[in-house]
Design a protein around this ligand. Sequence first.
Ligand code: ATP
Ligand code: MG
Length: 253
Amino acid sequence: MARRKKVYEGKAKVLYEGPEPGTFVQYFKDDATAFNAEKRATIEGKGVLNNRLSEFFMTGLNSIGVPTHFIKRINMREQLIRAVEIIPLEVVVRNVAAGSLAKRLGIEEGTPLPRPIVEFYFKDDALGDPLVAEEHILAFGWATQQDLDDMVSLGLRVNDFLSGLFLGVGIKLVDFKIEIGRIWDGDYMRLIVADEISPDSCRLWDIETGQKLDKDVFRRDLGNLADAYTEVARRLGVMPQREAGPTKPTLIN
Ligand SMILES: Nc1ncnc2c1ncn2[C@@H]1O[C@H](COP(=O)(O)OP(=O)(O)OP(=O)(O)O)[C@@H](O)[C@H]1O
Ligand SMILES: [Mg+2]
């Protein structure tokens, strides 16, 4: 049986060639990394949870007209996605000061921001994904002004959707990161949400207790990461019980 071709292996996911041109299979690993991969661990069950949660968020976004790469889930760890040309920028949307923003500007973590703030970071592991201004993006040609406008608008729509969803289950969406890519319909190009949306790429705080339910649990050694993600999935009604699943990639037709 022919093994399907690996297109890319990153820190948290593997991309394989999909069954049709213009598609990939995205496999979610159990690996966790932080601080630009200086800290690493394997957290059993994380890949299964993130596959399910990303499916849940992307399906919801698709249904309200925010385009995403998600096509369908294949199994516990894999989903079929549209292949895009990733724009080399991480789009971060913040509602509350935390992480690098709190540090950089000397704002106490937990301070609500006057309005959502959209930031761009240049995707380059060797440089540690530095914060960049629109000027850099335009001057170096990473994206056009129209792309930037579309990215801000996508980021804010995703923020409104996710904030509401989490608010409904007693969770504050502090900030999150998305990646955006280009697809072509003939000559017509448009931008869609790609990569993943999961507790790996969000900051989620319990509204009542302030308990962290995201990757900061791993970054700051605050407890069991899979338990925190399971709690998020449980509240959203995504995956009531932890399920056991295949740990190896499987072939799809
Ligand atoms: N729909 C898509 N089409 C093409 N590439 C995608 C798509 N969705 C995600 N990707 C890319 O696939 C990779 C997913 O792997 P992973 O998140 O593990 O990478 P990573 O280690 O974080 O590295 P990177 O710095 O490249 O993001 C990322 O490089 C991401 O940009
Ligand atoms: Mg990544």
